[in-house]
Ligand binder design. Structure first.
Ligand SMILES: Nc1nc2c(ncn2[C@@H]2O[C@H](COP(=O)(O)OP(=O)(O)OP(=O)(O)O)[C@@H](O)[C@H]2O)c(=O)[nH]1
Ligand SMILES: C=C(OP(=O)(O)O)C(=O)O
Length: 285
């Protein structure tokens, strides 16, 4: 296998009141807060997938900058001339580390992204001098790469995948929906929620129980004597529940493999469980 080169990753994040103008968050959720949460989940995955010192977040928004610094990413000042200028500024900051380094640019609105998706995509892109990964619709760009960073010339904006391809970037239709689903509008938000978003986006949407589908999973283990156990979420995570949570469900028994709906506190602890299809007011015991 070809070793993966040491990419620098440029992530532009607009932030502030004008971010994500096509998104209509549910009542009780601010657009700015939701946009920040989308970027937080995206950057958390990036900084888990590669050394954060090689992740360059281009922004002029102090809240975004603070969040990025908290993840140990580098912050580059946004020149204030739009998305492509922001990506160029990130590229130039990366090239200050070495003029022929490989540089990639990733959109910052991918809240379902996981570290392994980024690693897989950068690994695939490493086989080409220039590459582009289109968004799920095949029209926009989510990832643009150049093995020689100085050759990264961004042309983001409507229909950018075809433009990047015409400029010599190899089109990579990777089977990585978590990487390819960017959030522009309300339908995209539903798509990423179905894929499973990161903790920040889930938290930001918590005030709005109507839009957030409960987590689904199946019983993985159950101790009859204590009432404690664990479940496997459909996104692959194992989560645990205590005897108190089980007792509060009013269920008398669980069997391994049984389908459940779950609420979580934190990443791994179940705060509430119930049987799929049985609503809060229709509990069975
Ligand atoms: N730093 C920086 N990032 C930008 C800028 N414009 C867009 N982005 C980021 O680029 C990614 C894709 O941008 P868009 O989908 O066009 O997002 P947007 O401008 O926030 O949203 P819309 O108002 O819907 O166009 C997101 O991560 C944005 O935060 C910009 O001028 N500067
Ligand atoms: C900026 C782009 O897309 P969107 O506005 O759809 O995020 C793009 O794909 O080039």
């Amino acid at each position: 296998m070809t070793p993966t080169p040491d990419w620098h990753l440029v992530v532009p994040v607009k932030g502030g009141a004008s971010a994500k103008s096509r998104l209509h968050p549910p009542t009780g959720v601010g657009r700015e807060a939701l946009a920040l949460a989308l970027a937080t989940d995206c950057l958390t995955a990036c900084c888990a997938g590669m050394p954060p010192a090689r992740v360059l977040v281009v922004t002029s928004d102090e809240r975004v900058a603070q969040m990025a610094r908290g993840l140990d990413a580098r912050v580059v000042a946004d020149p204030g001339a739009g998305l492509n200028a922001a990506v160029r500024a990130g590229r130039d900051a990366a090239l200050a580390d070495g003029p022929s380094l490989p540089v990639a640019a990733l959109l910052g609105d991918l809240p379902a992204l996981r570290a392994e998706d980024l690693t897989a995509a950068l690994g695939a892109a490493a086989a080409y001098p220039l590459a582009v990964v289109p968004d799920a619709a095949g029209e926009g760009t989510v990832l643009l790469t150049a093995l020689t960073g100085a050759e990264l010339v961004p042309s983001f904006g409507a229909g950018s995948a075809a433009r990047h391809e015409a400029a010599g970037h190899q089109r990579l239709e990777l089977e990585l929906p978590r990487l390819r689903t960017d959030v522009d509008d309300d339908a995209d938000l539903q798509d990423v929620l179905a894929l499973g978003v990161g903790a920040a986006t889930r938290r930001a949407l918590e005030q709005s129980a109507t839009t957030l589908p409960p987590m689904q999973g199946s019983v993985h283990s159950f101790d009859e004597t204590t009432g404690a156990g664990s479940a496997l979420l459909d996104d692959g995570r194992e989560v645990t529940f205590t005897r108190e949570v089980f007792a509060a469900s009013a269920l008398r028994h669980l069997r391994v493999g049984q389908r459940l709906s779950l609420d979580l506190t934190g990443e791994r602890e179940v705060s509430k469980l119930w049987i799929v299809g049985i609503g809060d007011d229709q509990r069975i015991g």
